[in-house]
Design a protein around this ligand. Structure first.
Ligand code: HEM
Length: 487
């Protein structure tokens, strides 16, 4: 036995004599049930995989920090944003959305941008995407939407019929579809794209004043994207292109960074804004609410173990800290439930005790106990109920975010009506902003998918949506689809 190397042991710590030959009944004989090392090794291997995320399965992670560069204390009392120069440790997970674990990185798909701030007031998770808008505006539609975009249960692959059928029934998707099929639809890497909180969130300052905010993380590497052809080639030659790029950049000491800006709307302006400011399918024009700089995010450390730290990371949009809270955006409200529920299924009830998920700048102190894989030891005499007379943790009486008045009857309601709430005008504005070349690529990308759809009514409905955004947009898509169908 080598003196310089540590001894190989079983899970129980006993030394292993032979790691190359199983225990057999004689030379060439059958194997024995008493071979604890063999049984343990095979059984443990069988249990290595856990359920993958139902969406955003394929991803990459990195640690870093967020540093405040500009004073925003007039808008939020969040401690980690409370002083210029203050740094907070962070963990980010980027992802693609639709494909399963192992899918290629360079797909035409939104990218996840999930950020955990390990603040002194608890972990704050901002679980966004690289797009400022989304396909739908009610969480009730999310499972149907995802079913239509992921692999078909019969064919086992993504089907243009399903993808476009869902969009045919979802006019509100036109803005996000225009974004996705345009030049920014395939980022060259995770470093070369922006991140957005996408939803409207609520900030509250020390005086209790309420503001609605949208987060924009602008990449300092510059935006770089791939054409459909470049991406198709890369998916074949280097399916892990985004992972390789992020990992190697940080290993080389070239630390990617983003500048955080926010758009801020005083709460009193929300009700009379010309469209519903809590509608996730719309952006707030910068001329109404200009970008205000807050700080910068820098990624400077790769995780040591992808499974332990990236696969087991868990981000939940309802992990807020004092001074930050939800808005009435219905999609966000649905997400406040969905994520922690997914984590309890995917990782178990004690996933918050895993190092990547546990608070780092403070300690969790509550009366949640036990469950599968509990590791927290609370001390012999710590009580597991509250209130108690033994000095256990107590409530603050201070809500994290400000209360918001609500009125009306319970029931299923359409969104509140504002002067300009239609599903198409922002898609049209985005189209008209594009150069001729950009419009050409957008239309070609859409037609490439839409022309594969087998039902004429689905094709027509989608064309109707593009026409409603801009008649020229619809005309061009129709012409390109017909050309591909005939060719
Ligand atoms: C992941 C649900 C909309 C961004 C997930 C997961 C679920 C989920 C269940 C897997 C969580 C896990 O296993 O850890 C939903 C529902 C939505 C919704 C129900 C709508 C009602 C959105 C939107 C965004 C978004 C609008 C971005 C603006 C993400 C990201 C991840 C994710 C980035 C991956 C997080 C990670 O890296 O661990 N979503 N989602 N989702 N979702 Fe959503």
């Amino acid at each position: 036995m080598s003196k310089s190397k540590p001894t190989l042991t079983t899970e129980a710590g006993a030394p292993v004599a032979d790691n190359q030959n199983s225990t057999s009944a004689g030379i060439g004989g059958p194997l024995l049930l008493q071979d604890q090392h063999l049984l343990e090794k095979l059984a443990r291997f069988n249990r290595e995989r856990i359920p993958e995320r139902v969406v955003h399965a394929r991803g990459s992670g990195a640690y870093g920090y967020f540093e405040v560069t500009d004073d925003v204390t007039g808008y939020t009392r969040a401690h980690f944003l409370g002083e210029v120069g203050r740094r907070t440790e962070t963990f980010i997970r980027f992802s693609t959305v639709a494909d399963n674990l192992g899918g290629p990185d360079a797909a035409r798909d939104p990218r996840g941008f999930a950020l955990k701030f390990y603040t002194e007031e608890g972990n704050y998770d901002l679980v966004g995407n690289n797009t400022p808008v989304f396909f739908i505006k009610d969480p009730l539609k999310f499972p149907d939407f995802i079913h239509s975009q992921k692999r078909d249960p019969f064919t086992g692959k993504q089907e243009p019929d399903n993808v476009w059928d869902f969009w045919a029934h979802s006019p509100e998707a036109t803005h996000q579809v225009t974004w996705l099929m345009g030049d920014r639809g395939i980022p060259a890497s995770y470093r070369h794209m922006n991140g957005y909180g996408s939803h409207t969130y609520q900030w509250t300052n020390a005086e209790g004043e309420i503001f609605y905010v949208k987060y924009h993380f602008k990449t300092n590497q510059g935006i770089r994207c791939l054409s459909g052809e470049q991406a198709a080639e890369l998916c074949g030659t280097d399916p892990n292109s985004h992972q390789t790029d992020l990992l190697q950049s940080i290993e080389r000491g070239v630390f990617p960074s983003w500048t955080l800006y926010v758009q801020i709307m005083p709460a009193g302006e929300a009700a009379d804004y010309r469209f519903n400011p809590f509608d996730l399918t719309k952006v707030w024009p910068h001329k109404d609410y200009p970008l205000q700089r807050v700080g910068r995010l820098v990624l400077d450390r790769n995780p040591d173990n992808v499974f332990a730290e990236v696969e087991q990371s868990a981000f939940s949009p309802n992990n807020f800290v004092p001074g930050i809270g939800p808005s009435p955006d219905k999609m966000l409200q649905g997400r406040l439930f969905a994520y922690a529920d997914a984590h309890r299924y995917r990782l178990g009830v004690n996933h918050t005790q895993l190092p990547v998920n546990a608070p780092k700048a403070t300690t969790a102190a509550n009366y949640g106990r036990d469950g599968l894989m509990a590791t927290n030891a609370y001390g012999r005499h710590a009580k597991n109920y509250e209130p108690n007379s033994y000095g256990g943790p107590v409530e603050t009486g201070l809500p994290l975010s400000a209360p918001r008045p609500v009125t009306g009857y319970w029931g299923t309601h359409e969104a509140p009506q504002h002067a300009k709430d239609d599903d198409f005008f922002q898609a049209g504005e985005l189209f008209r902003l594009m150069s001729e070349e950009e419009k050409g690529r957008l239309v070609a990308n859409i037609a490439g998918g839409l022309s594969q759809v087998t039902r004429e009514d689905v094709i027509e409905k989608n064309i109707t949506h593009f026409s409603a955004a801009d008649p020229d947009y619809g005309r061009r898509v129709e012409a390109a689809v017909r050309e591909l169908q005939e060719g």
